[in-house]
Write a protein that binds this ligand. Structure first.
Ligand code: SF4
Length: 172
């Protein structure tokens, strides 16, 4: 086959399914909103920088506007005072959206078992992937992004997710 012939596929027809095209587009173009509040956010910065290069996974377009993002990455300790802000950011993100809790603090409150600290962001918003560690290494954060990519392929394509979730702030 002459691969230098750029007209090789001119007459070709490719068949696929809508689901496959949607999955392909979504997995290769996750747009993260990073809610970074403490040390774990520094790990995320490393994940995004050249050594670990999150752009290899199509997730380098960081957005600090929730309406532009579909992947919420919460990295750091979240206080009760910050909780309504995080919840509002989550609510403003369009569907479908996914959430990663990076590190012990975002997942469980970590060692801040006190009256100021939210004991895990899943008390207020649904979480898809928890990343263990204090802090987790950048490889673990990349692994969680790949887990989201795998997960979204098995979900209903145009459904609103987590409609049955009820967090502490949903009662207000
Ligand atoms: S899990 Fe550890 S490294 Fe991450 S924000 Fe909490 S204290 Fe910092």
């Amino acid at each position: 086959m002459d691969v230098s012939n750029t007209h090789l596929l001119d007459e070709a027809v490719v068949t696929t399914t809508i689901d496959a095209v949607v999955d392909w587009g979504r997995e290769a173009s996750l747009w993260p909103f990073v809610f970074g509040t403490a040390c774990c956010a520094i790990e995320f910065m490393s994940t995004a920088a050249s050594r670990y290069d999150i752009s290899r996974f199509g997730a380098e377009v960081l957005r600090f506007s929730p309406r532009h993002a579909d992947l919420l990455i919460v990295a750091g300790t979240v206080s009760y005072k910050q909780a309504p802000i995080l919840k509002q950011i989550y609510d403003q993100m369009p569907e479908p959206k996914w959430v990663i809790a990076v590190g012990a603090c975002a997942s469980t409150g970590g060692f801040y078992d006190n009256y100021t600290t939210l004991q895990g962001i899943d008390e207020i918003i649904p979480v898809d992937i928890y990343v263990a560690g204090c802090p987790p290494r950048p490889e673990a954060i990349l692994d969680s992004v790949m887990d989201i990519q795998k997960q979204l392929k098995h979900e209903e394509k145009f459904a609103v997710r987590n409609t049955d979730f009820k967090g502490k702030l949903d009662d207000i």
